[in-house]
Design a protein around this ligand. Structure first.
Ligand code: NAP
Ligand code: HSE
Length: 437
């Protein structure tokens, strides 16, 4: 059946959390979509890895296969929906689909983050669509706003919580007293976590998403390796306790700022004042604050992971592409050829810091610590002895600083770790201001 008619043939690659959500939505809302958008969305194929796995197919008539070549060689397939995940073979499948004249909708942040520009140009050469709304923020509309609705702005800042799994874990550790392992297990059961949770917990998933948003917002190609990254696996129960006592919560923040023609871009745990809007974003919810010169601050918030929320974004893209196919409209490229801004080193960052360390519990310790910090021009905002262990003759100290340069703080921590009175340096966490700037 040729393009330009009302019937759109779809192949879904992957039938996991997202694939199931997409298939279920396309099955149960088929008639409503036909009435509203004048296109009949038919799922012709579903590609899986393991044909023997038991599956729910929601009365779909689609052919379930493990042979991608079969889908590729079927000229009636208009849209390939890639929801398998990972770099390969997903990248190869997306590329070949477009080279064979098929439009692509994907939820794959890794592929878009690493190969977005190349794929955009393949889409453009072949006159097909490549949409990826679900790649960032699950069900939250953010790709279209950054690519289209905010086009009149110079966007200079994005501050976000964009990993549902880590936000779920951090929220449970903060408010439920869960251990890290218990909270991760729950997030996996609920379908939020990536198949390899390292990507969530170590901030890699957030790096992919942030690099996609920053590339769109700053019209500059930003690759995953440009983003400074720290995960949440080194945080301890004491950090959550002390943060709370100081009036903060701990969040995995993904931040991108354009300053003096350079880009400051990073993913790491941060202390946020309890009253800050982003501090109140809990569980699997994600939130993205964007600042543009005309619009000021805008906040996007919603479920950042899960089958239905993500299907909302994927199916929205499918409807969008279908409409264009039916109208024969020319595809619009999302990633333009913008100016390339240099990336600012993390060493240049100026931030406030929370530092937790274990020291010997004896006179003169504070003087030695404050000497080192003073010698690096690091001004102390507070220093509190939290807990003593008399059997070990040790005490835990929490220091917060005024704004200091990252390079100076790292130098000071090196020197501090060599002091004879210091047993270990526990955590160093940057403190974010509550304001959106
Ligand atoms: P998932 O539950 O692990 O499902 C992956 C599916 O892909 C499975 O059905 C698997 O087949 C299939 N698959 C994997 N490799 C394949 C291959 N080489 N050939 C054929 N089929 C293959 O993953 P998911 O959570 O749905 O995530 C899918 C994508 O959506 C990822 O890019 C992810 O980052 C993104 N995403 C996920 C969420 C979320 O909340 N989960 C939210 C936003 C975006 P089998 O069933 O045979 O194993
Ligand atoms: N694992 C991801 C998360 C899924 O937890 O946010 C959504 O991309």
């Amino acid at each position: 059946m040729s393009k330009g008619t009302r019937s759109i043939k779809i192949a879904i690659l992957g039938l996991g959390v997202v694939g199931n959500g997409v298939l279920e939505t396309l099955t149960y809302k088929k008639n409503a979509f036909k009435d509203q958008f004048a296109s009949e969305l038919d799922v012709s194929y579903i590609l899986v890895k393991d044909l023997n796995k038991p599956r729910e197919l929601y009365s779909s008539n689609a052919l379930i296969t493990d042979d991608y070549e079969r889908i590729l060689s079927d000229d009636s397939v208009d849209i390939v929906v890639e929801v398998m995940g990972g770099d390969q073979p997903a990248f190869d499948y997306i590329k070949r689909a477009m080279e064979n004249g098929k439009s692509v909708v994907t939820a794959n942040k890794e592929v878009i983050s690493k190969h977005g520009q190349e794929l955009m140009s393949i889409a453009s050469i072949n006159g097909v669509h490549l949409l990826f709304e679900a790649s960032v923020g699950g069900g939250i509309p953010i790709i279209r706003p950054l690519s289209k609705d905010l086009n009149a702005n110079d966007v200079d800042a994005i501050r976000s919580i964009i990993n549902g799994t880590t936000n779920y874990i951090l929220t449970n550790m903060t408010y439920m007293g869960s251990t890290f392992a218990e909270a991760l297990d729950e997030a996996q059961t609920l379908g939020y976590a990536e198949s390899d949770p390292t990507n969530d917990v170590e901030g890699i998933d957030a790096v992919y998403k942030l690099s996609i948003m920053a590339s769109l917002a700053f019209r500059s190609q930003i690759l995953p390796q440009d983003v400074y990254r720290e995960g949440i696996s080194n945080l301890t129960a004491n950090d959550f306790k002390y943060a709370k006592e100081l009036g903060y919560v701990i969040k995995l923040m993904a931040i991108a700022k354009r300053q003096d023609s350079e880009i400051d871009i990073r993913v790491h745990p941060s202390l946020l004042p309890e009253e800050a809007p982003l501090a109140k974003v809990n569980g699997v919810y994600n939130a993205i604050q964007v600042h543009g010169d005309l619009v000021g601050h805008v906040l996007f918030q919603g479920q950042g992971a899960g089958g239905n929320a993500t299907a909302s974004a994927v199916v929205g893209d499918i409807i969008d592409v279908s409409g264009d196919l039916v109208r024969n409209a020319t595809p619009v490229s999302y990633i333009g050829n913008g100016k390339e801004f240099p990336i600012r080193s993390i060493a240049e960052l100026v931030s406030r810091y929370y530092i937790r360390l274990t020291v010997e519990d004896r006179p003169g310790v504070m003087a030695k610590l404050t000497d080192v910090l003073g010698s690096k021009a690091i001004s102390i905002a507070s220093i509190i002895q939290k807990e003593s262990d008399t059997s070990l003759n040790s005490a835990e100290l929490v220091i917060t600083t005024y704004p200091s340069k990252e390079a100076d703080v790292q130098d000071a921590l090196n020197d501090i770790s060599e002091l004879d009175v210091v047993r270990s340096i526990g955590s160093t966490i940057r403190i974010e201001s509550g304001s959106a700037d």
